[in-house]
Design a protein around this ligand. Structure first.
Ligand SMILES: Cc1cc2nc3c(=O)[nH]c(=O)nc-3n(C[C@H](O)[C@H](O)[C@H](O)COP(=O)(O)OP(=O)(O)OC[C@H]3O[C@@H](n4cnc5c(N)ncnc54)[C@H](O)[C@@H]3O)c2cc1C
Length: 460
Protein backbone atom coordinates (compact mmCIF):
# COMPACT_ATOMS: atom_id res chain seq x y z
CA UNK A 1 0.00 0.00 0.00
CA UNK A 2 1.02 3.61 -0.43
CA UNK A 3 1.49 6.19 2.31
CA UNK A 4 0.30 9.74 1.74
CA UNK A 5 3.86 10.81 0.89
CA UNK A 6 4.29 7.97 -1.60
CA UNK A 7 0.99 8.94 -3.21
CA UNK A 8 2.24 12.52 -3.54
CA UNK A 9 5.47 11.33 -5.16
CA UNK A 10 3.53 9.06 -7.56
CA UNK A 11 1.93 12.13 -9.18
CA UNK A 12 5.33 13.21 -10.56
CA UNK A 13 5.07 10.87 -13.53
CA UNK A 14 5.16 13.31 -16.44
CA UNK A 15 1.39 13.63 -16.72
CA UNK A 16 0.09 16.47 -18.91
CA UNK A 17 -2.07 18.65 -16.65
CA UNK A 18 -3.46 22.06 -17.67
CA UNK A 19 -4.93 24.76 -15.46
CA UNK A 20 -5.98 28.26 -16.48
CA UNK A 21 -4.25 28.10 -19.84
CA UNK A 22 -0.93 26.69 -18.70
CA UNK A 23 0.66 23.28 -18.40
CA UNK A 24 1.46 22.74 -14.71
CA UNK A 25 3.22 20.24 -12.45
CA UNK A 26 0.20 19.06 -10.50
CA UNK A 27 2.16 18.17 -7.34
CA UNK A 28 3.57 21.72 -7.12
CA UNK A 29 0.65 23.90 -8.18
CA UNK A 30 -1.23 25.61 -5.30
CA UNK A 31 -4.70 25.09 -6.82
CA UNK A 32 -4.35 21.31 -6.49
CA UNK A 33 -2.56 21.30 -3.12
CA UNK A 34 -5.65 20.93 -0.92
CA UNK A 35 -7.11 18.16 -3.08
CA UNK A 36 -3.79 16.29 -2.98
CA UNK A 37 -3.48 16.76 0.78
CA UNK A 38 -7.04 15.47 1.36
CA UNK A 39 -6.32 12.40 -0.80
CA UNK A 40 -2.94 11.87 0.93
CA UNK A 41 -4.66 11.98 4.35
CA UNK A 42 -7.05 9.30 3.12
CA UNK A 43 -4.07 7.14 2.07
CA UNK A 44 -2.57 7.50 5.55
CA UNK A 45 -5.90 6.69 7.24
CA UNK A 46 -6.20 3.31 5.50
CA UNK A 47 -2.47 2.47 5.31
CA UNK A 48 -1.33 -1.01 6.38
CA UNK A 49 2.41 -1.81 6.17
CA UNK A 50 2.09 -5.58 5.48
CA UNK A 51 3.16 -6.69 2.00
CA UNK A 52 0.13 -7.47 -0.22
CA UNK A 53 -2.31 -5.66 2.11
CA UNK A 54 -5.40 -4.11 0.53
CA UNK A 55 -7.02 -0.89 1.71
CA UNK A 56 -10.25 -1.55 3.64
CA UNK A 57 -11.83 1.02 1.37
CA UNK A 58 -10.93 -0.86 -1.83
CA UNK A 59 -12.09 -4.29 -0.61
CA UNK A 60 -15.05 -5.61 -2.60
CA UNK A 61 -17.96 -6.83 -0.42
CA UNK A 62 -19.25 -10.37 -0.93
CA UNK A 63 -22.10 -10.35 1.61
CA UNK A 64 -24.83 -7.88 2.49
CA UNK A 65 -23.27 -7.39 5.94
CA UNK A 66 -19.93 -6.52 4.34
CA UNK A 67 -21.65 -4.06 2.04
CA UNK A 68 -23.36 -2.40 4.99
CA UNK A 69 -20.07 -2.15 6.96
CA UNK A 70 -18.37 -0.88 3.83
CA UNK A 71 -20.97 1.92 3.44
CA UNK A 72 -20.00 3.25 6.87
CA UNK A 73 -16.35 3.86 5.88
CA UNK A 74 -15.45 7.47 5.17
CA UNK A 75 -13.25 8.69 2.33
CA UNK A 76 -12.88 11.65 0.05
CA UNK A 77 -14.05 11.75 -3.58
CA UNK A 78 -10.94 10.23 -5.20
CA UNK A 79 -10.91 7.14 -2.97
CA UNK A 80 -14.67 6.61 -2.98
CA UNK A 81 -14.66 7.07 -6.77
CA UNK A 82 -11.99 4.37 -7.04
CA UNK A 83 -14.21 1.95 -5.16
CA UNK A 84 -17.10 2.87 -7.50
CA UNK A 85 -14.85 2.16 -10.51
CA UNK A 86 -13.71 -1.22 -9.19
CA UNK A 87 -17.28 -2.30 -8.43
CA UNK A 88 -18.43 -1.03 -11.84
CA UNK A 89 -15.83 -3.14 -13.59
CA UNK A 90 -16.57 -6.28 -11.57
CA UNK A 91 -20.32 -5.91 -12.13
CA UNK A 92 -19.77 -5.37 -15.86
CA UNK A 93 -17.35 -8.34 -16.01
CA UNK A 94 -20.19 -10.61 -15.05
CA UNK A 95 -22.55 -9.06 -17.60
CA UNK A 96 -20.15 -9.27 -20.59
CA UNK A 97 -18.76 -12.74 -19.78
CA UNK A 98 -20.80 -14.65 -22.39
CA UNK A 99 -19.86 -12.25 -25.20
CA UNK A 100 -16.26 -11.30 -24.35
CA UNK A 101 -14.83 -13.72 -21.77
CA UNK A 102 -11.28 -12.40 -22.30
CA UNK A 103 -12.59 -8.93 -21.31
CA UNK A 104 -14.06 -10.31 -18.07
CA UNK A 105 -10.77 -12.08 -17.27
CA UNK A 106 -8.79 -8.89 -18.03
CA UNK A 107 -11.08 -6.92 -15.71
CA UNK A 108 -10.69 -9.32 -12.79
CA UNK A 109 -6.87 -9.30 -13.15
CA UNK A 110 -6.90 -5.54 -13.41
CA UNK A 111 -9.06 -5.02 -10.32
CA UNK A 112 -6.76 -7.23 -8.26
CA UNK A 113 -3.73 -5.31 -9.59
CA UNK A 114 -5.27 -1.95 -8.65
CA UNK A 115 -6.20 -3.15 -5.15
CA UNK A 116 -2.68 -4.44 -4.43
CA UNK A 117 -0.93 -1.41 -5.97
CA UNK A 118 -3.35 0.85 -4.00
CA UNK A 119 -3.93 3.08 -7.03
CA UNK A 120 -6.76 5.57 -7.53
CA UNK A 121 -9.11 5.32 -10.51
CA UNK A 122 -11.23 8.04 -12.06
CA UNK A 123 -14.48 7.39 -13.91
CA UNK A 124 -14.25 8.47 -17.56
CA UNK A 125 -17.68 7.94 -19.07
CA UNK A 126 -19.28 11.24 -20.21
CA UNK A 127 -18.40 12.00 -23.85
CA UNK A 128 -18.52 15.45 -25.48
CA UNK A 129 -21.61 14.07 -27.30
CA UNK A 130 -21.91 16.85 -29.89
CA UNK A 131 -25.50 17.16 -31.12
CA UNK A 132 -27.53 15.37 -28.43
CA UNK A 133 -30.27 14.45 -30.89
CA UNK A 134 -27.87 12.35 -32.98
CA UNK A 135 -26.25 8.95 -32.43
CA UNK A 136 -22.44 8.63 -32.10
CA UNK A 137 -21.99 7.52 -35.70
CA UNK A 138 -24.09 10.41 -37.06
CA UNK A 139 -22.13 13.31 -35.52
CA UNK A 140 -20.49 15.95 -37.73
CA UNK A 141 -17.30 15.41 -35.73
CA UNK A 142 -16.77 11.63 -35.37
CA UNK A 143 -14.69 12.27 -32.21
CA UNK A 144 -17.73 13.64 -30.33
CA UNK A 145 -17.80 10.17 -28.76
CA UNK A 146 -14.48 8.51 -27.90
CA UNK A 147 -13.66 5.90 -30.56
CA UNK A 148 -11.08 3.47 -31.88
CA UNK A 149 -9.19 4.98 -34.81
CA UNK A 150 -6.68 2.20 -35.32
CA UNK A 151 -6.43 -1.50 -34.42
CA UNK A 152 -2.94 -3.03 -34.10
CA UNK A 153 -1.76 -6.52 -33.15
CA UNK A 154 -0.76 -5.33 -29.67
CA UNK A 155 -3.65 -2.95 -28.92
CA UNK A 156 -5.84 -0.11 -30.15
CA UNK A 157 -5.44 3.64 -30.70
CA UNK A 158 -8.30 5.80 -29.39
CA UNK A 159 -9.26 9.41 -30.09
CA UNK A 160 -11.81 11.68 -28.43
CA UNK A 161 -12.50 13.16 -25.00
CA UNK A 162 -14.35 12.52 -21.77
CA UNK A 163 -15.77 15.66 -20.11
CA UNK A 164 -16.54 16.77 -16.54
CA UNK A 165 -14.23 14.12 -15.08
CA UNK A 166 -13.72 14.40 -11.32
CA UNK A 167 -10.21 14.07 -9.94
CA UNK A 168 -8.38 13.14 -13.17
CA UNK A 169 -5.22 15.24 -12.54
CA UNK A 170 -4.71 13.73 -9.08
CA UNK A 171 -5.70 10.10 -9.81
CA UNK A 172 -3.61 7.30 -11.32
CA UNK A 173 -5.83 5.47 -13.79
CA UNK A 174 -8.53 6.47 -16.28
CA UNK A 175 -11.28 3.86 -16.21
CA UNK A 176 -12.84 4.60 -19.58
CA UNK A 177 -16.17 3.13 -20.75
CA UNK A 178 -18.91 3.91 -23.31
CA UNK A 179 -21.42 6.46 -22.10
CA UNK A 180 -24.43 4.57 -23.45
CA UNK A 181 -25.73 1.61 -25.48
CA UNK A 182 -24.21 1.21 -28.94
CA UNK A 183 -25.90 -0.19 -32.06
CA UNK A 184 -24.53 -2.35 -34.90
CA UNK A 185 -22.40 -0.03 -37.04
CA UNK A 186 -21.07 1.75 -33.93
CA UNK A 187 -18.39 -0.87 -33.15
CA UNK A 188 -15.60 1.73 -32.96
CA UNK A 189 -17.49 3.47 -30.14
CA UNK A 190 -18.00 0.25 -28.15
CA UNK A 191 -14.64 0.56 -26.39
CA UNK A 192 -13.80 0.13 -22.72
CA UNK A 193 -10.32 0.17 -21.19
CA UNK A 194 -8.14 1.60 -18.47
CA UNK A 195 -4.80 3.36 -18.80
CA UNK A 196 -2.55 5.50 -16.57
CA UNK A 197 -3.16 9.27 -16.50
CA UNK A 198 0.47 9.66 -17.64
CA UNK A 199 -0.06 7.75 -20.92
CA UNK A 200 1.34 9.72 -23.90
CA UNK A 201 -1.45 11.68 -25.65
CA UNK A 202 -3.61 12.07 -22.51
CA UNK A 203 -4.15 15.69 -21.39
CA UNK A 204 -6.39 16.95 -18.61
CA UNK A 205 -7.80 20.50 -18.68
CA UNK A 206 -9.04 21.39 -15.22
CA UNK A 207 -11.26 23.79 -13.32
CA UNK A 208 -12.17 23.97 -9.65
CA UNK A 209 -14.72 25.89 -7.63
CA UNK A 210 -11.82 27.50 -5.77
CA UNK A 211 -9.20 30.18 -6.25
CA UNK A 212 -5.60 29.68 -5.11
CA UNK A 213 -5.88 32.26 -2.30
CA UNK A 214 -9.29 31.14 -1.00
CA UNK A 215 -9.65 30.97 2.79
CA UNK A 216 -11.61 28.13 4.39
CA UNK A 217 -11.65 29.71 7.85
CA UNK A 218 -15.45 29.96 7.93
CA UNK A 219 -16.20 26.88 5.78
CA UNK A 220 -16.12 23.93 8.15
CA UNK A 221 -18.00 21.63 5.76
CA UNK A 222 -16.08 22.20 2.53
CA UNK A 223 -12.71 22.60 4.27
CA UNK A 224 -12.08 18.88 3.75
CA UNK A 225 -13.52 18.63 0.25
CA UNK A 226 -12.03 19.65 -3.04
CA UNK A 227 -12.81 18.15 -6.41
CA UNK A 228 -10.85 19.38 -9.41
CA UNK A 229 -12.95 18.50 -12.42
CA UNK A 230 -12.35 18.80 -16.13
CA UNK A 231 -11.84 17.52 -19.65
CA UNK A 232 -9.73 14.44 -20.33
CA UNK A 233 -8.41 14.54 -23.90
CA UNK A 234 -7.33 11.31 -25.59
CA UNK A 235 -5.21 12.54 -28.50
CA UNK A 236 -4.48 9.34 -30.49
CA UNK A 237 -3.70 7.31 -27.37
CA UNK A 238 -2.40 3.73 -27.55
CA UNK A 239 -4.08 1.17 -25.27
CA UNK A 240 -2.37 -2.25 -24.96
CA UNK A 241 -4.53 -5.39 -25.39
CA UNK A 242 -4.30 -6.42 -21.74
CA UNK A 243 -6.03 -3.16 -20.75
CA UNK A 244 -8.85 -3.44 -23.32
CA UNK A 245 -12.05 -4.73 -21.70
CA UNK A 246 -14.43 -4.27 -24.64
CA UNK A 247 -13.72 -3.64 -28.31
CA UNK A 248 -16.55 -3.69 -30.82
CA UNK A 249 -19.11 -5.84 -28.98
CA UNK A 250 -21.98 -3.36 -29.32
CA UNK A 251 -24.53 -5.78 -27.81
CA UNK A 252 -22.94 -5.45 -24.33
CA UNK A 253 -21.61 -1.86 -24.53
CA UNK A 254 -24.40 -0.63 -22.23
CA UNK A 255 -23.37 -3.09 -19.49
CA UNK A 256 -20.60 -0.71 -18.42
CA UNK A 257 -22.75 2.43 -18.29
CA UNK A 258 -25.51 0.61 -16.43
CA UNK A 259 -23.04 -0.82 -13.91
CA UNK A 260 -21.41 2.56 -13.38
CA UNK A 261 -24.80 4.25 -13.07
CA UNK A 262 -25.77 1.81 -10.35
CA UNK A 263 -22.60 2.23 -8.29
CA UNK A 264 -22.31 6.02 -8.73
CA UNK A 265 -25.94 6.49 -7.75
CA UNK A 266 -25.58 4.11 -4.81
CA UNK A 267 -22.58 6.11 -3.61
CA UNK A 268 -24.47 9.36 -4.23
CA UNK A 269 -27.51 8.01 -2.38
CA UNK A 270 -25.38 7.21 0.68
CA UNK A 271 -23.84 10.71 0.64
CA UNK A 272 -27.23 12.34 0.18
CA UNK A 273 -28.78 10.30 3.01
CA UNK A 274 -26.02 11.61 5.30
CA UNK A 275 -26.44 15.13 3.93
CA UNK A 276 -30.22 15.01 4.51
CA UNK A 277 -29.60 14.19 8.19
CA UNK A 278 -27.23 17.15 8.29
CA UNK A 279 -29.93 19.39 6.80
CA UNK A 280 -32.41 18.33 9.51
CA UNK A 281 -29.78 19.04 12.16
CA UNK A 282 -29.02 22.52 10.84
CA UNK A 283 -32.71 23.41 10.45
CA UNK A 284 -33.38 22.43 14.04
CA UNK A 285 -30.30 24.20 15.47
CA UNK A 286 -30.94 27.40 13.50
CA UNK A 287 -34.61 27.51 14.52
CA UNK A 288 -33.59 27.05 18.15
CA UNK A 289 -30.82 29.68 17.94
CA UNK A 290 -33.33 32.16 16.47
CA UNK A 291 -35.86 31.37 19.21
CA UNK A 292 -38.41 30.08 16.66
CA UNK A 293 -38.36 26.34 17.21
CA UNK A 294 -41.95 26.28 18.54
CA UNK A 295 -43.47 28.26 15.66
CA UNK A 296 -45.86 26.24 13.45
CA UNK A 297 -44.50 27.06 9.97
CA UNK A 298 -40.96 26.29 11.16
CA UNK A 299 -42.10 22.94 12.58
CA UNK A 300 -43.80 22.15 9.23
CA UNK A 301 -40.56 22.81 7.35
CA UNK A 302 -38.61 20.66 9.75
CA UNK A 303 -41.19 17.88 9.29
CA UNK A 304 -40.73 18.04 5.51
CA UNK A 305 -36.96 17.83 5.96
CA UNK A 306 -37.34 14.84 8.26
CA UNK A 307 -39.66 13.04 5.80
CA UNK A 308 -37.15 13.74 3.00
CA UNK A 309 -34.28 12.35 5.08
CA UNK A 310 -36.30 9.30 6.13
CA UNK A 311 -37.33 8.41 2.58
CA UNK A 312 -33.78 8.67 1.30
CA UNK A 313 -32.44 6.51 4.12
CA UNK A 314 -35.24 4.00 3.47
CA UNK A 315 -34.34 3.58 -0.21
CA UNK A 316 -30.68 3.18 0.74
CA UNK A 317 -31.60 0.45 3.22
CA UNK A 318 -33.97 -1.21 0.74
CA UNK A 319 -31.27 -1.16 -1.93
CA UNK A 320 -28.74 -2.83 0.37
CA UNK A 321 -31.20 -5.39 1.81
CA UNK A 322 -32.39 -6.40 -1.66
CA UNK A 323 -28.87 -6.86 -3.08
CA UNK A 324 -27.99 -9.81 -5.31
CA UNK A 325 -24.75 -11.77 -5.39
CA UNK A 326 -23.29 -12.30 -8.89
CA UNK A 327 -21.83 -15.59 -10.16
CA UNK A 328 -18.42 -14.13 -9.38
CA UNK A 329 -19.35 -13.50 -5.71
CA UNK A 330 -19.80 -9.72 -5.97
CA UNK A 331 -22.70 -8.12 -4.06
CA UNK A 332 -24.74 -5.81 -6.28
CA UNK A 333 -27.30 -3.45 -4.70
CA UNK A 334 -30.87 -3.29 -5.97
CA UNK A 335 -31.06 -0.86 -8.92
CA UNK A 336 -34.72 0.06 -8.55
CA UNK A 337 -34.43 1.36 -4.99
CA UNK A 338 -31.02 2.99 -5.60
CA UNK A 339 -32.28 4.93 -8.64
CA UNK A 340 -35.62 5.93 -7.14
CA UNK A 341 -33.84 7.12 -3.98
CA UNK A 342 -31.14 9.05 -5.85
CA UNK A 343 -33.81 10.68 -8.02
CA UNK A 344 -35.87 11.78 -5.03
CA UNK A 345 -32.82 13.05 -3.15
CA UNK A 346 -31.55 15.09 -6.12
CA UNK A 347 -34.94 16.33 -7.37
CA UNK A 348 -36.02 17.77 -4.01
CA UNK A 349 -32.62 18.78 -2.62
CA UNK A 350 -32.92 22.45 -3.59
CA UNK A 351 -36.39 22.73 -2.02
CA UNK A 352 -34.99 21.27 1.22
CA UNK A 353 -32.04 23.69 1.22
CA UNK A 354 -34.55 26.49 0.71
CA UNK A 355 -36.29 25.48 3.94
CA UNK A 356 -32.99 26.00 5.77
CA UNK A 357 -32.45 29.37 4.04
CA UNK A 358 -35.97 30.37 5.03
CA UNK A 359 -35.58 29.29 8.66
CA UNK A 360 -32.10 30.85 9.01
CA UNK A 361 -32.81 34.42 7.88
CA UNK A 362 -30.43 36.86 6.18
CA UNK A 363 -27.45 36.27 8.49
CA UNK A 364 -26.92 33.15 6.47
CA UNK A 365 -25.11 35.31 3.91
CA UNK A 366 -24.36 38.51 5.89
CA UNK A 367 -22.91 37.16 9.15
CA UNK A 368 -19.44 38.74 9.70
CA UNK A 369 -16.33 36.54 9.49
CA UNK A 370 -14.40 34.90 12.34
CA UNK A 371 -11.70 37.53 11.80
CA UNK A 372 -14.29 40.25 12.54
CA UNK A 373 -15.19 38.38 15.71
CA UNK A 374 -11.53 38.45 16.78
CA UNK A 375 -11.16 42.17 16.03
CA UNK A 376 -10.37 44.31 19.08
CA UNK A 377 -12.42 47.17 17.58
CA UNK A 378 -15.65 45.47 16.48
CA UNK A 379 -15.52 41.89 17.79
CA UNK A 380 -17.66 42.67 20.83
CA UNK A 381 -20.35 44.21 18.57
CA UNK A 382 -20.42 41.11 16.39
CA UNK A 383 -20.86 38.92 19.42
CA UNK A 384 -23.48 41.20 21.02
CA UNK A 385 -25.68 41.45 17.92
CA UNK A 386 -25.34 37.83 16.88
CA UNK A 387 -26.63 36.61 20.23
CA UNK A 388 -30.40 36.18 20.57
CA UNK A 389 -30.86 35.37 24.26
CA UNK A 390 -28.80 34.41 27.25
CA UNK A 391 -28.67 30.74 26.30
CA UNK A 392 -27.56 31.50 22.73
CA UNK A 393 -24.08 32.97 22.71
CA UNK A 394 -23.21 35.23 19.74
CA UNK A 395 -20.07 33.26 18.85
CA UNK A 396 -22.00 30.00 18.77
CA UNK A 397 -24.72 31.46 16.53
CA UNK A 398 -22.18 33.09 14.21
CA UNK A 399 -20.36 29.79 13.68
CA UNK A 400 -23.67 28.01 13.13
CA UNK A 401 -24.47 30.49 10.36
CA UNK A 402 -21.03 30.00 8.80
CA UNK A 403 -21.53 26.24 8.62
CA UNK A 404 -25.11 26.56 7.33
CA UNK A 405 -23.92 29.04 4.68
CA UNK A 406 -21.26 26.56 3.59
CA UNK A 407 -24.00 23.94 3.11
CA UNK A 408 -26.69 26.07 1.47
CA UNK A 409 -25.39 29.30 -0.04
CA UNK A 410 -21.58 29.62 0.05
CA UNK A 411 -18.92 29.33 -2.65
CA UNK A 412 -19.25 25.55 -2.90
CA UNK A 413 -23.04 25.39 -2.63
CA UNK A 414 -23.60 26.47 -6.24
CA UNK A 415 -21.08 23.93 -7.49
CA UNK A 416 -22.74 21.26 -5.34
CA UNK A 417 -26.20 22.12 -6.66
CA UNK A 418 -25.10 21.15 -10.17
CA UNK A 419 -22.85 18.30 -9.06
CA UNK A 420 -25.59 16.56 -7.06
CA UNK A 421 -28.03 16.92 -9.93
CA UNK A 422 -25.77 15.86 -12.83
CA UNK A 423 -23.05 13.57 -11.43
CA UNK A 424 -23.95 9.96 -12.16
CA UNK A 425 -26.32 11.12 -14.92
CA UNK A 426 -29.08 13.69 -14.58
CA UNK A 427 -32.62 13.09 -13.32
CA UNK A 428 -33.63 11.77 -16.74
CA UNK A 429 -31.23 8.82 -16.37
CA UNK A 430 -32.69 7.83 -12.99
CA UNK A 431 -36.24 8.20 -14.29
CA UNK A 432 -35.44 5.95 -17.25
CA UNK A 433 -33.90 3.19 -15.12
CA UNK A 434 -36.61 3.32 -12.46
CA UNK A 435 -39.43 3.20 -14.99
CA UNK A 436 -37.74 0.42 -16.93
CA UNK A 437 -37.25 -1.83 -13.89
CA UNK A 438 -40.63 -1.24 -12.30
CA UNK A 439 -43.14 -4.10 -12.73
CA UNK A 440 -45.69 -2.06 -14.70
CA UNK A 441 -47.46 -5.21 -15.97
CA UNK A 442 -48.35 -6.19 -12.42
CA UNK A 443 -49.48 -2.64 -11.66
CA UNK A 444 -51.70 -2.59 -14.76
CA UNK A 445 -53.19 -5.95 -13.80
CA UNK A 446 -54.04 -4.59 -10.36
CA UNK A 447 -55.70 -1.51 -11.88
CA UNK A 448 -57.72 -3.62 -14.32
CA UNK A 449 -58.83 -5.92 -11.52
CA UNK A 450 -59.86 -2.96 -9.38
CA UNK A 451 -61.86 -1.55 -12.32
CA UNK A 452 -63.46 -4.91 -13.05
CA UNK A 453 -62.01 -4.90 -16.58
CA UNK A 454 -60.02 -7.36 -18.63
CA UNK A 455 -56.86 -6.48 -20.54
CA UNK A 456 -57.93 -5.07 -23.94
CA UNK A 457 -54.83 -6.58 -25.58
CA UNK A 458 -55.80 -10.05 -24.37
CA UNK A 459 -59.44 -9.58 -25.43
CA UNK A 460 -58.43 -9.10 -29.11
C1 LIG B 1 -19.45 18.27 -10.79
C2 LIG B 1 -19.61 17.16 -11.80
C3 LIG B 1 -18.79 16.05 -11.72
C4 LIG B 1 -18.89 15.04 -12.67
N1 LIG B 1 -18.02 13.98 -12.59
C5 LIG B 1 -18.03 13.06 -13.60
C6 LIG B 1 -17.06 12.00 -13.61
O1 LIG B 1 -16.23 11.86 -12.71
N2 LIG B 1 -17.07 11.15 -14.66
C7 LIG B 1 -17.97 11.25 -15.68
O2 LIG B 1 -17.91 10.44 -16.58
N3 LIG B 1 -18.89 12.23 -15.70
C8 LIG B 1 -18.95 13.13 -14.68
N4 LIG B 1 -19.88 14.14 -14.70
C9 LIG B 1 -20.77 14.25 -15.85
C10 LIG B 1 -22.24 13.95 -15.61
O3 LIG B 1 -22.48 12.57 -15.57
C11 LIG B 1 -22.98 14.65 -16.75
O4 LIG B 1 -22.89 16.06 -16.50
C12 LIG B 1 -24.41 14.22 -16.89
O5 LIG B 1 -24.47 12.87 -17.29
C13 LIG B 1 -25.13 15.09 -17.96
O6 LIG B 1 -24.41 15.09 -19.16
P1 LIG B 1 -23.98 16.48 -19.83
O7 LIG B 1 -23.34 17.33 -18.80
O8 LIG B 1 -23.21 16.19 -21.05
O9 LIG B 1 -25.34 17.19 -20.18
P2 LIG B 1 -26.33 16.85 -21.38
O10 LIG B 1 -26.18 15.42 -21.80
O11 LIG B 1 -26.20 17.89 -22.41
O12 LIG B 1 -27.72 16.95 -20.63
C14 LIG B 1 -28.38 18.19 -20.39
C15 LIG B 1 -29.88 17.90 -20.30
O13 LIG B 1 -30.35 17.40 -21.56
C16 LIG B 1 -30.97 16.12 -21.41
N5 LIG B 1 -30.61 15.30 -22.60
C17 LIG B 1 -29.38 15.05 -23.09
N6 LIG B 1 -29.46 14.28 -24.21
C18 LIG B 1 -30.76 14.03 -24.41
C19 LIG B 1 -31.50 13.31 -25.40
N7 LIG B 1 -30.88 12.67 -26.41
N8 LIG B 1 -32.84 13.25 -25.28
C20 LIG B 1 -33.48 13.89 -24.29
N9 LIG B 1 -32.85 14.61 -23.32
C21 LIG B 1 -31.52 14.69 -23.40
C22 LIG B 1 -30.39 15.56 -20.12
O14 LIG B 1 -31.27 14.60 -19.52
C23 LIG B 1 -30.23 16.82 -19.27
O15 LIG B 1 -31.47 17.16 -18.68
C24 LIG B 1 -19.84 15.14 -13.71
C25 LIG B 1 -20.68 16.24 -13.79
C26 LIG B 1 -20.58 17.26 -12.83
C27 LIG B 1 -21.49 18.44 -12.96
Amino acid sequence: MLTGEQYRASLRDGREVYYDGERVEVADHPIFERAIQIAADSYDRYYKPEAGAISDYLQTPSTIEEMRDRAELKAEQLTSGSYVSLMTLLTAADRIESVRPQGSAAIRDYVREMQVADLRLVECITDAKGDRAKRPGQQEDPDAYLRVVERRADGVVVNGAKLHISGAPIGHELMTIPTKAMKPGEEDYAIAFSIPVSTPGVKTINVTSETPDMSFADMPLSEFKHDPVGFVIFDHVFVPNERVFLDGETEVAAAFAHSLGLWVRMNGLKNMADEADLMCGFASLLAEANGLDRVDHIKDKLAELVIHATLIRSTLEASILNSEVTDDGVVVPNEQYANAGKYHAAAYRTAMLQHIQDIAGGSLVTAPSSRDLESADVGHFVRKYMSTKQSVDGTYRLKLFHAAKDLTSGAHAGYNAVAQLQAGGGLYAQRTVTRGRYDLRAARAKALEAAGLSNPAEAE
